[in-house]
Design a protein around this ligand. Sequence first.
Ligand code: PAF
Length: 288
Amino acid sequence: MRLVQTAAEVVRETGAWRKDGERIVLVPTMGWFHEGHLALMRLAKSLGSRTIVSLFVNPIQFGPREDLAAYPRDLDRDRRMAEDEGVDILFAPAVEEMFEPQFQTRVSLGAISQGLCGADRPGHFDGVATIVTKLFHLTSPDVAVFGEKDLQQLALIRRMVRDLNFNIEIVGHPIIREPDGLAMSSRNSYLNEAERRTALCLSQAIGRARETVRQSGNAVPVESLIADAVDFIAAHAGCQVDYVSIVDRWSLAPSTAIDRDSVMALAVKINGRVRLIDNGLLLPEAGR
Ligand code: PAF
């Protein structure tokens, strides 16, 4: 595996792959790899002939009161893990390599970026869309793989790819969970043992909603599913609900009734410190 740290070199390397007719698959990440990232890398390897993983803690997607400085980083550890997965290039540029001091361009999406996490994190999704656009230009992939845990990010990138005519296939990977149901996230490393146990209420709230839908049929009112999830989470000491919504997994429009694309999406702050997200379909996926 090559570690590449400059934009010029990544353009050169991926350009050579394209000339050779390779099918390039990109996995954009912010590092601090866990099993969820490794699953994205494995999927990427199965989808093409060359795999490139980007590792960049993108400052423009963090708000002024967010965890940019504290975000966990360990290049040596991540490098070994990516190498073990058979990744061809780990692209890990410095901030100055990606953003000149005069940088002032943003890719900005409309309504799809404004609800859910966008409501509490103004500018976050512009930052994501901008860096992903830059990574697409630099690495010219055929396919890019993103985790479904970031439901809004995935929906928004699919929208952006269509709106801006990127000739890139976007593939989502199902959420990877710990055995007890906690969705894997680099931010789980901020949790102490008690908070880690409390954080199970996110996946449990989705499980309860799914069970209610299974038992009462999908005529159950969306509002009552949301109210039950809010009450359930709020009953856990130290949990503050940012939002619980039920939306269409593709457009993110609020669901008025439960159907096969209805997803419960939620964000919860644990002890005012660690903001976690999770989501899940409320009806089983066809064929599962
Ligand atoms: O999901 C992430 O890790 C980031 O938002 C991404 C897509 C790598 C952009 O910085």
